[in-house]
Design a protein around this ligand. Structure first.
Ligand code: PGA
Length: 253
């Protein structure tokens, strides 16, 4: 049994002081929840100051995005190596806000995934269907396509270095959480896809997170699904109490 992985995606929120305050509250929680791995993903400008706060603890640092090249004339971008240099262990890639608001493609997510692994980061690759896809019965097709292209060219060694987050777009920031059955169905499909492409051992070695309106009152039942290995939490990760309650639910799952 692997420890549940609970990741807080702070998105474009909080100033420096607020980030440090929230990070120290998460550090305190990590001490009472040793059965969970906690990751915080602050905005890029706060990575260094949050890294200082969490340094003595087991809380890990994650970024919300990166560029696939190491360095060069790419104004406004940061590389995987730069993220490693400030002690990031994780990086969220292909979040639906980047895919749908900023036009990020599967091909870009794939390049970033490969570059992140190469630099020693663990990519958290997000996939998920839109409401119209689900209503039209296309959930499986959309997710299979995203996986096929976003995770192209990954060797069996590389695939075990990633985390996949299933985040139905209609559930993100809406308060409309997937039912535990809906989440488990897609997670089971993801597991099968990995098994078909690699093997059963590898399929069970890749951690699968659910994301989309995870709150303290629904985390327990979601995290107790057999194929849900953790959660990617947006809004509720900005409140130390809520995030900690989700972590506690993860430690009991
Ligand atoms: P939410 O966001 O928890 O606010 O729905 C999840 C995410 O975007 O990762």
């Amino acid at each position: 049994m692997t420890r549940a992985l609970i990741v807080g995606n702070w998105k474009m929120n909080l100033n420096r002081k607020e980030s440090q305050y929230l990070a120290s509250a998460v550090v305190q929680q990590a001490e009472v929840c040793p059965a969970v791995e906690l990751v915080v993903c602050p905005p890029t400008v706060h990575l260094v100051s949050v890294a200082e706060v969490i340094a003595p603890s087991k809380v890990r640092l994650g970024a919300q995005n990166m560029y696939h090249r190491d360095n060069g004339a790419f104004t406004g971008e940061v590389s995987a190596r730069m993220l490693r240099d400030v002690n990031c262990r994780y990086v969220i890639l292909g979040h639906s806000e980047r895919r749908h608001l900023l036009g990020e493609t599967n091909e870009q997510v794939n390049l970033k995934t490969l570059a992140a692994i190469e630099a020693g980061l663990t990519p958290i690759v997000c996939v998920g269907e839109q409401l119209q896809d689900r209503q039209a019965g296309r959930t499986y097709k959309v997710i299979a396509e995203q996986c096929q292209h976003s995770l192209a060219h990954l060797s069996s060694q590389q695939i075990t270095r990633i985390v996949i987050a299933y985040e139905p777009v209609w559930a993100i920031g809406t308060g409309k959480v997937a039912t535990p059955e809906q989440a488990e169905e897609v997670h089971g499909d993801l597991r099968k896809m990995l098994e078909e492409r690699y093997n059963i051992q590898i399929a069970y070695g890749v951690r699968l997170l659910y994301g989309g309106s995870v709150k303290s009152d629904n985390a327990g039942v979601l995290l107790s699904q057999p194929n849900v290995d953790g959660a990617l939490v947006g809004g509720a990760s900005l409140e130390a109490g809520d995030f900690c309650a989700i972590a506690t639910a993860g430690s009991h799952s």
